[in-house]
Ligand binder design. Structure first.
Ligand code: BF8
Ligand code: SF4
Length: 634
């Protein structure tokens, strides 16, 4: 057994949260911990996916006595339709984020609020898309690319452009199974159409569309969100930062950014660093300004600017409960409506900024590319002026933080691993060094650990215990979203300490490359980066993605987005392990389609495993990785 002494344990994090819950009690604030109790037990029909309310003859609930809905739909059709609708919700959400990024790119201009920070990447993608780049002004090219990208959402013919990045074998599988996503919006619309009353109730058809709709997210909307965020804000490179609630600073004005779209947080970060604003904060009695983050917006600005991460999804109330949060500024997705009433118990300003995410008890300051600079400045100013309204008796920031090295885009991973495994200089720019580590057995494989928190699982416990288990077994982790933040908070991204927890092989790779054993690849839209990495590994090795010793895992997932992700990860050929059931346990046929040997596996050579016992889930992942190694004879 390894000595995990340097990590922050779940018990320590819980003790910190409990101390904040005492403040909650003092001010009479409601918290998710209480609301979970109020909502338990959950409805059994909802949990098993066997309730249908897609027409007003229902709701219909399937039981032994009532095996069909009023229209005659059986349980498999009901569960299948619910699964597809869940996917469509997630795919629409990620993809609309990508669309916003494309619109922002359209407004980018020299000296403007938004600029092209990575012109090489823009030119690289333009060439991929067959767009003439020679002699073109970079902003003209950006606008042209934005228009072409936006057409991917609604073009009447053809499939997604980025599919060309997949290995030939994967493309063939997709083509054969009818999974190639057409226009992004069309796949969401088709999903909604198919699940309208009186349309599909055949699990095979519903599952097929769920995969295609997921692929339109991962290889369409999300991939555009990621790639063009890099174009505008810079492609992430390794950078040092800190994580956990202790990154908030008692004597500073604390601004917390929360949500997903980096367009907002980039501007807030910019103005919080403005000397004029810092001087103003000092005038108002603070020592300075600290911006920290929650959820994926936090991942975005951590990866590009080293902005510290205050916490993940189930920490969002904690930042307000410190009594030291002058403003929590949110854009879209994963934002608790609870932040409205909660902020009212403190001096905290709860600021919403997107017409997509309007909430009671918030101040709405609408962001657009044209006004972003002025609005960000106004928000920072508002936070500064709010500093004096703190109630000092309520201020308590648990002293808990860890160092983290983040920023591992595919470009960065390829670069840092280049010196490892004695690779030749001419191999620069390929994944061959990483492959050599895997084939030689120095690394046994890789797990892409992603996804949320969910109160059905002890907060962060599944993420962290599974990660520790993988590290001990020489399995490298690539992580994103709230899983990444769980790792950072625990100390598993500390480039100095974390390698001590690894098996000998992984430890050596970390030492040679100067990396932590858990690589932060970004936010949830950045899971598209993982798809590119898997594709490159497959192309460089000639091994189909499904045969690589790589698996995906979302042990604490909760959102519709996560199901959309799961579908495109599986459809890309990566076996995916879930710690929470996606509301399908009510249908044996749906279970067979998603997790069986002859369901989606026949189409894409990969499937799901659902196991709520986290210890077992970890064993199953290791078994799968070892089985893939054995099949390859490595
Ligand atoms: O997109 S991991 S709780 S923050 S949904 Fe949300 Fe889940 Fe966190 Fe980011 Ni992803
Ligand atoms: Fe009931 Fe069928 Fe209507 Fe669903 S679509 S609510 S199963 S009648």
């Amino acid at each position: 057994m390894k000595d995990w002494a340097f990590t922050t344990t779940i018990e320590e994090m819980e003790a910190a949260t409990n101390s904040l819950l005492e403040t909650a009690q003092k001010v009479g604030a409601d918290t998710w911990q209480q609301r979970v109790k109020n909502q338990t037990p959950h409805c059994g029909f909802g949990e098993s996916g066997t309730c249908c309310r897609i027409c007003s003859m229902g709701p219909c609930r399937i039981t032994k006595k009532a095996p069909r809905g009023i229209c005659g739909c059986d349980v498999h059709g009901i569960v299948g339709r619910n699964f597809l609708r869940f996917t469509a919700g997630g795919s629409a959400t990620h993809s609309d984020h990508g669309r916003e990024i494309m619109h922002t790119l359209h407004e980018a201009k020299e000296g403007g609020n938004y600029q092209v920070k990575d012109p090489e990447k823009l030119i690289r993608i333009a060439k991929e898309w067959g767009v003439e780049t020679e002699g073109k002004d970079i902003y003209d090219l950006a606008h042209e690319m934005s228009e072409i990208g936006l057409l991917e959402y609604g073009k009447p013919f053809g499939v997604q452009r980025f599919l060309d990045r997949a290995p030939a074998h994967t493309r063939e599988l997709w083509q054969k199974a009818g999974l190639e996503p057409r226009a992004i919006d069309r796949e969401v619309s088709t999903a909604m159409h198919m699940t309208h009353m009186g349309n599909s109730s055949l699990p095979e058809a519903l599952v097929r569309q769920a995969l295609r709709c997921g692929l339109s997210d991962g290889w369409g909307g999300s991939m555009m969100g990621t790639e063009f965020s890099d174009v505008m804000f810079g492609t992430p490179k390794p950078i040092d930062t800190e994580a956990n609630i202790g990154v908030m600073e008692k004597d500073n004005v604390n601004i917390v950014v929360h949500g997903h779209d980096p367009s907002l947080s980039e501007m807030i970060v910019y103005y919080a660093n403005d000397p004029e604003m810092i001087a103003y904060a000092k005038e108002m009695g603070a020592k300075g300004i600290t911006v920290s983050g929650v959820c994926c917006t936090s991942n975005e600005v951590a990866m590009r600017h080293g902005i510290p991460m205050a916490g993940n999804y189930l920490n969002q109330e904690n930042v307000v409960l410190t009594g030291a949060c002058e403003a929590i500024v949110v854009d879209v997705q994963c934002i608790f409506p609870a932040l409205g009433p909660l902020s009212k118990c403190f001096h905290t300003k709860f600021i919403t900024t997107s017409p997509i995410c309007r909430m009671p008890d918030s101040e709405f300051i609408q962001f657009s590319p044209a006004n972003a600079g002025d609005n960000a400045k106004a928000i920072v100013k508002m936070a500064i002026e709010n500093f004096k309204n703190r109630n000092p008796e309520l201020v308590h920031i648990p002293n808990m933080k860890q160092k983290a090295r983040v920023g591992y885009s595919v470009e960065a991973i390829v670069k840092v691993l280049d010196g490892v495994a004695n690779s030749q200089v001419d191999e620069f720019g390929t994944t061959k060094p990483l492959l050599e580590c895997v084939t030689s057995g120095v690394l046994r494989g890789a797990v892409a650990m992603v996804g949320c928190n969910n109160p059905k699982v002890r907060h962060d416990a599944a993420h962290i215990s599974l990660m520790k288990k993988m590290l001990e077994n020489d399995i490298i982790l690539i992580v994103s979203g709230c899983s990444a933040q769980a790792a950072a908070k625990a100390g598993l991204m500390d480039p100095v300490q974390a390698k001590e927890y690894c098996g000998a092989g992984l430890k050596r790779v970390c030492e040679l490359a100067g990396i932590p054993p858990v690589l932060h690849m970004g936010s949830c839209v950045d899971i598209s980066r993982m798809m590119i990495l898997a594709s490159e590994l497959s192309k460089d090795s000639g091994i189909p993605i499904s045969q690589l010793p790589v698996v995906g895992c979302a042990p604490e997932w909760m959102s519709e987005k996560a199901v959309s992700i799961g579908n495109y990860v599986v459809a890309t050929g990566i076996d995916t392990f879930l710690g929470i059931d996606p509301y399908v346990k009510g249908s044996s046929e749906m279970g067979e389609w998603l997790t069986g040997e002859h369901g989606v596996k026949d189409w894409v050579e990969a499937n799901y495993t659902v196991e709520t016992d986290i210890e077992k889930l970890g064993d199953l992942m290791i078994e799968r990785i070892e089985a893939k190694r054995a099949a390859l004879g490595i």
